[in-house]
Each structure stands twice: as C-alpha cells, then as structure tokens.
Design a protein around this ligand. Structure first.
Ligand SMILES: *Cc1c(COP(=O)(O)O)cnc(C)c1O
Length: 411
C-alpha cells in the first residue's frame, strides 16, 4: 500500500492563531473556535506539479492528496467519490441577458450531496485516530454522509435531526446504519444535545467546524474547480451558505493553491446565499459586523441552509469581504420558481439550496451586483431528487379511445 505524501505541519486556531500538534484528535480550540489544518506549502511546491496531478488516474478529490490531512492510504474511507461536472446553462444565462452561467453539480457524489467530501475526510481521520463513535446534528445531508462513511469505516454513528427534516434523509441515514433521532427543535438544538451527551456516550462530535477535517474535504471543491477551469477560476461564485464550510474551505484552498504556484492571485468574488427566513450571515454582512447574531424563528424550505447560528460566522464573513463579494437572501417563492425555471430551460434539476443560488444570481444581475459578462458559477450542492417535488401527471384511460390531440393542451 502506497503511503500518502503528507505535508500537514500543525493545526491552528482560526481566531487566535494558537498552534496545536497535528497527530492528536482535536475538536475546537481552547478558545472554542474552529481549528484549521496547516501544511508545509513550500515543501508541497517542490513535491507536486499541476501536470503530475492532471496525469493521475484516480477520479475524485483523493487525487489532491497532498492538500489533505490523511497520512496513510490505508486510512482512506471511500465510496467512489467522483469529480463533479461543470454544467453550462446557456439558455438560463440568455434568459437573463448574461453570457456565461455554470453549475457545479455536487449531487453526483456518494449520498447525493457535497457533504460526502467533508465526511469522507473527517471519517478517514477519525478512523485513523481510532474513534469508535461519532455523533452530529444535521438538517439531513451531513447525517446521511456521516452514516454512510462511518458505517463503511466500522464506526458507530449517532445522528440528531430536527423533526421536520426531509423524510428521505431520515430514512437513508437509518438504512446506512446510523442511530437517528428526531428532535422537536432546530439544528442548533440538536447540536446542544450532541454536546451535552458526548461525555456520557463517548461520542466524537462531528458537527460542522467543531472538528478540523470536514473543511479539508470541502475545500477540494475549490481545487477541483481550479483544475476544471484550467487553473484559473470563475469571476463570481454563488454558494448556498449554512455552516459555511464550503465557502470557507474554498477560500482556504485558493490561498494554498496560490502558495504552491498552481494559480495566480486573482480570486472569484464569493457570494453567500441564504433564505430570507434564515439569513444571519446576510444581516451581519449588511451591518458590517464581524460576527452574526443567531437568527430567531428560522424557516425555509431549503433545509440545508436553515442554520440560525454558525460557529464559523466570522470566517464566512471574512472570506466574503476579502473576496469583494457580498451576501444575499432570497425568498422561498423565488427558490421554487428558480428551480422550475432551470429544470424547464436546461433539463437540470437543482435542489432547493442550489436553486437559491440561481435565484440569487438572477436578483444580483437585475440589481447590478453582478455583471452580464462575468463568468458566474452556481453550486448545486445536492441532487434535486432527494426533495419533494410538485405533484404532476394527468390521468389517461387506457381502456377506451384516447383523444391524442387533447393531450397537447394543459399541463
Ligand atoms: C449542508 C448543505 C448546505 C450548506 O453547506 P455549508 O457548507 O455547511 O454552508 C447547502 N445545501 C445543501 C443541500 C446542504 O446539504
């Protein structure tokens, strides 16, 4: 078994900069903030080139192993992660008078969402550290990915969901071997239960940004994008923001890619998209605050971005500001309408959170926040097939004569 080249030097508190040793199991820093993995980027620069990576046979993000914390190939827990396609949406772009609109379709990953990236790496690391039980709060997709990867690694998983989590998520979590619980509260209430129960239950807390490795998996979206764009990047990225792992992760990836000489200093503008029923990051961005106050009475049909308070709020806001981007909220009605428009214009079924990015792009274009010639990239973070869709189909009686001409009328 080939060992991975490993460039991890240490972990660092994202708030205070305090250093922590790499080869020990960690949760949050002493300051209660997320820990970030740091690498010897100079050594990495000497050791690996873009051409070498391009020549690698393996698909999926493990091809970027130098940028990952996993030290031994034997520790990799994989379900066949794919490189997710960039899909052009020229008709949707033209509908709004723009040139280029691209969708990165993360629904092609195992368990049908980009949560697979983060949990594949987090579970691989937990497994390397000998963790036996993991627990997390989830709005659905993260729990499904945890259940799948943990089961594959022989680790027990305990998953707490709000009791209105999409049924398909709850069922897939259970089928994939997790203990799953329905909580009469929101994801932050579920997070509190995990936190309070972990000492008694021996759980390792796999909550968003409360362990350091999910973000390393999520950051591969940024590396993959850069490779797909010929080691350049789009002009503006619309990201459906809940806990913000992907946005923070991509921003981290871009800095690492520049440090190893894979990309130059140009950066996309990062746009955090939320729903008007739960928009703590948008409010903080508008107020110019460094942190986001928790959102009260959070509601939106886009379950994946119904996150009233994010522990990495300051990191999301920092990345958005440094990039010259912005934060924007869209109504649930606009999400539903945008989903239908993309599906009928392009044959591309977005999940509600993905549709939120399309709705936000349309609004930003109309409001002059984004230019018509800018290359915009939307994240479709999960397969649209996981979510309830409007009822459809008209009855046809196959026992009598069918009036075919009449079929053309109506829906
Ligand atoms: C988790 C999730 C999000 C939010 O991702 P973060 O990186 O945690 O902000 C968006 N959409 C879907 C479908 C999700 O599952």
């Amino acid at each position: 078994m080939r060992e991975f080249p490993s460039f991890t030097t240490h972990l660092e508190c994202s708030a205070t900069g305090k250093r922590y040793p790499a080869d020990v199991l960690h949760g949050l820093s002493d300051a209660g903030k997320p820990l970030l993995v740091r690498y010897d980027l100079d050594a990495m620069r000497q050791a690996v080139s873009r051409d070498e990576i391009a020549g690698r046979a393996e698909g999926g993000f493990w091809r970027y192993r130098e940028f990952l914390p996993v030290r031994r190939s034997a520790d990799v827990v994989s379900l066949g992660e794919a490189v997710t396609p960039l899909i052009a949406a020229p008709k949707a772009a033209r509908l709004h008078g723009a040139h280029t609109l691209l969708v990165k379709d993360e629904g092609r990953l195992p368990t049908g969402s980009f949560k697979a990236r983060g949990l594949a790496v987090a579970v691989s690391m937990a497994s390397a550290f000998g963790v036996k039980r993991m627990a997390m709060p989830t709005n659905g997709n993260a729990g499904a990915a945890l259940a799948a990867y943990a089961t594959r690694a022989g680790i027990e998983s305990w998953v707490f969901c709000p009791d209105d989590t999409p049924e398909v998520n709850v069922r897939e979590i259970a089928l994939q071997g997790a203990h799953v619980f329905l909580v009469n509260g929101l994801i932050n209430d579920c997070g509190r239960l995990v936190n309070e129960g972990k000492a008694a239950m021996g759980w390792f807390d796999a909550s968003t940004l409360k362990e350091p490795y999910r973000i390393e998996g999520k950051k591969t979206m940024g590396i993959e994008l850069a490779e797909q764009f010929g080691w350049q990047l789009p002009d503006v990225i619309f990201y459906p923001t809940g806990g913000g792992t992907g946005l923070i992760g991509m921003w981290k990836a871009f800095a690492e890619l520049e440090a190893v000489g894979f990309i130059d200093s140009r950066r996309p503008r990062m746009v955090a998209v939320q729903a008007t029923g739960c928009a703590p990051i948008v409010r903080a961005w508008q107020q110019g605050s460094e942190h986001a106050e928790p959102w009260k009475d959070a509601h939106t049909l886009a379950a994946g971005i119904r996150v009233p308070g994010a522990i990495g709020d300051f990191l999301i806001l920092r990345a958005v500001r440094e990039s010259g981007g912005f934060a924007i909220a869209v109504e649930d009605e606009a999400i539903t309408e945008a989903q239908a428009e993309m599906a009928s214009a392009e044959g591309l079924l977005l999940c509600p959170e993905g549709a939120a990015t399309y709705a936000a792009w349309r609004a930003a274009l109309a409001g002059g926040l984004v230019g018509r010639e800018e290359r915009a990239l939307l994240f479709n973070c999960a397969t649209g097939l996981k979510y309830p869709m409007p009822k459809a189909g008209r009855p046809v009686d196959c026992h009598g004569p069918v009036d075919y001409a009449a079929l053309a009328g109506g829906q």
